[in-house]
Design a protein around this ligand. Structure first.
Ligand SMILES: [Fe+2]
Ligand SMILES: [Fe+2]
Length: 259
């Protein structure tokens, strides 16, 4: 058994930046990025689980690139597309890749392999991995037997949040089938729900990162349909002793007037 004082992999997990071209939400995301930059020596990488931009526009991806620029050459950043994104622009402007097919990527992050999957259905808010991505995932899981995390945007189950449950991952049973008999998967990372939630799917910890932009309220407060505004949370996944330890904490030093 490894202790935290030996080899430990730490991944920062942020989501749903919803960057507008005019800069809206950029200051909040930048504050998180700056915090991670200052703590980079303790981190192996950053995973962003989608909705990078508000409307999937090229000028929004330019604004996003500026927000993430402090991490350039400092920390590797890995992204999944979300329903507000344009996968072709993510390929061209963030990944320097041609085409507009699903953005499925394998990332080696410290001791972990992160399988970043594209659950976007163009023109729709609902999630669906689809046959090609599910086959890609199955093949990747056959190929990487070390500790693995799977990441995509829309969670694969209903959460009781009426305006989000309809857009959950449609092919969740096929995902569960693909994950079966792969005990190397130590966690599933999602976004989309703008709330920090931890549950399980197919017997695997499922962790949904909150949005850096705005928050859905707790179930206690859902009689009020408005979005809440909280400090952006930083989610930290530590991997050691063959499991993830997930921490949720408000971004240090954040001042609420930055919204
Ligand atoms: Fe979102
Ligand atoms: Fe979303």
């Amino acid at each position: 058994m490894k202790s935290p004082t030996e080899r430990v992999t730490r991944i920062a997990h942020i989501s749903d930046l919803h960057i507008h071209a005019a800069g809206r939400h950029g200051a909040r995301a930048s504050r998180v990025v700056e915090y991670l930059r200052r703590r980079a020596e303790h981190l192996a990488g950053v995973v962003i689980t989608g909705d990078l931009t508000q409307d999937g526009l090229d000028r929004e991806y330019e604004a996003l690139a500026e927000v993430l620029d402090p991490l350039s050459g400092v920390l590797p950043v890995f992204v999944c597309p979300g329903n507000h994104d344009d996968r072709g622009l993510i390929r061209r402007m963030l990944l320097n890749q041609p085409g507009d097919g699903p953005v499925n990527q394998v990332a080696r992050v410290g001791e972990l392999t992160v399988l970043l999957c594209d659950a976007v259905v163009p023109g729709s808010s609902r999630g669906e991995l689809g046959a090609a991505t599910l086959e890609w995932l199955a093949e990747a899981l056959r190929g990487y037997r070390g500790p693995t995390v799977v990441a995509f945007h829309q969670p694969p189950l209903a959460l009781g949040i009426s305006n989000l449950d309809g857009s959950r991952l449609a092919d969740s049973q096929a995902l569960a089938d693909a994950l079966a008999d792969h005990p190397q998967v130590v966690g599933i990372l999602c976004g989309h729900v703008h709330t920090a939630i931890r549950t399980e799917f197919a017997g695997i910890p499922l962790i949904m990162a909150p949005s850096t932009a705005y928050a859905w309220k707790l179930p206690l407060d859902r009689a009020d349909p408005d979005h809440g505004v909280t400090e952006p949370l930083v989610v930290l996944h530590e991997f050691w002793d063959d499991r993830l330890f997930t921490y949720f904490q408000p971004c240090p030093d954040y001042k609420m007037e930055q919204f």
